[in-house]
Design a protein around this ligand. Sequence first.
Ligand SMILES: [Fe+2]
Length: 169
Amino acid sequence: MYTLRRIAKVAVRSAKQKHTLPDLPYDYAALEPIISRDIMNLHHSKHHQTYVTNLNAAEEKIKLATEKGDVSTAISLMPALKFNGGGHLNHSIFWQNLSPSRTEPSEGLCKAIQASFGSMDNMKKQLSAQTVAIQGSGWGWLGYDKSSGTKHKKMLCIMQKYDLKMILD
Ligand SMILES: [Fe+2]
């Protein structure tokens, strides 16, 4: 399991570095028959790569506009930065949450989900309901807020590109 902070370190680099497509921790065919090699190849090498390419382009244009003191242009590029940066970050997390090995949620996670949502099915329904209308096919992540100080505190994080909305119950 990867923490958001760890993923963010991989996906979000300083403005001095170009973003790069992260390697998958498994082969394109490793998830067959659930997800085909062709789909994994397309999704990783084309779809995710496009976010990375467009993120680098947006950052470069913003840098040039900023150097010229062209604030209007720099501001107009923020949606591209947000959309492509979010796409890169979301995909980087997504790849790490897939595995060729069948795994089950840990006992601790099951207890937290049970305490917070009543059941795994209810958690899935709530997460889907909160994310279905979000641009980019409804990306959403369920996270745990360590700073809440309450064990098993529910924290449903809905991430849409670089917007992070947190709903605490
Ligand atoms: Fe995708």
